[in-house]
Design a protein around this ligand. Sequence first.
Ligand code: 13P
Length: 284
Amino acid sequence: MSIYNLADVLNPAARNGYAVAAFNIVNFQTAQAIVQSAEAVHSPLILQTSVSTVKAIGIEPLIHFLRGLAESAAVPVAIHLDHCPDIDLALRCAELGWSSVMVDLSKRPYEENLRETARVVSYCHGLGVSVEGELGAILGVEDHIVVSERDASLADPVLSIEYCRETKIDAFAPAIGTAHGLYKGVPKVEFDLLRTIAASVACPTVVHGGTGLSDCAFRRCIKNGAAKINISTAVKIAWCQGMLQYLQDHSEENNPLKSDAAAMKAVAETAIAHMKLFGSENKA
Ligand code: 13P
């Protein structure tokens, strides 16, 4: 199956009331486990890479194996760059094979965020690459982007309409009270704000900070318009804990293929649970 861009996988989700999970992968094995999971439940999929993963693996080796996995997958797979504050890097990823990029200019003044995001969209659309943009500031740590409680802010619904219309982004991530990383208490998700924004912008909406949301919160996000939900920390926990458990249980085992297989199984279980919960099963 060929590689899909973000608009291709999200527009049907937004129309039909389900969400596509976007999983942050950290290596070949996490990507492969997640692609196999999507195939097992016949779900469309977004493989997401953070900037630190791009830098750790290297832009060309990373896109080479991601495109290989996506092209041979039996389900639609989009390859997405997550939270990139560096416009030059985002454009390079778009040129080298990512099918969508998120430019995170949310720390810049609103006018500049709008103008620069529009410039990225215009270039990326010429390549057939989709763009995700963000307004407000999502609490927590994602990659090297740190937003403290003091600096976190919700998206403004009026500016959201203008931002989406003027930039022509393909997916919109409004800050709605979710947070990156593990929640310290019960998150206060602004479902009404999500519904208002999702109903008034033309493109599908995205919820960040999926790890730790309850099943009920996920369902309410989707009911109120979320078409893409990001899951990163849960993938990393599954990988590390799956590996740790295996090595504790088999302390004499020195075959990395076996410990990798155990970690991949844990990642696959996490991925499948999210895809089923988001309603994307059998939507490939
Ligand atoms: P979590 O790490 O909380 O799952 O957030 C993922 C995310 O939103 C990536 O952009």
